[in-house]
Design a protein around this ligand. Structure first.
Ligand code: 9UX
Length: 72
């Protein structure tokens, strides 16, 4: 099913970081849309939970060089 989760992200300091996170996530199969909030240190990710797990989303952000944790 389609789910939207907010991921808290540490370490984004400029628009390049936003691009890095956005591109890491949009490349993942099952991710449908990504909204990265630089000021809010977070991203909202909509994805098909039968295709990708939230843990893989967190891992992709960490592989891009940022600390990430599911919000809430
Ligand atoms: Mo901006 Mo971020 O120069 O990884 S790209 S600080």
């Amino acid at each position: 099913s389609t789910e939207t989760r907010v991921i808290n992200i540490d370490g984004m300091t400029c628009g390049g970081c936003v691009k890095s996170v956005d591109s890491a996530l949009t490349q993942l199969d099952g991710v449908q849309s990504v909204e990265v909030d630089l000021e809010g240190n977070k991203a909202s990710v909509t994805y098909d939970s039968s295709a990708v797990a939230v843990d893989a989303i967190v891992e992709a952000i960490e592989e891009a060089g940022f600390d990430a944790v599911v919000a809430g």
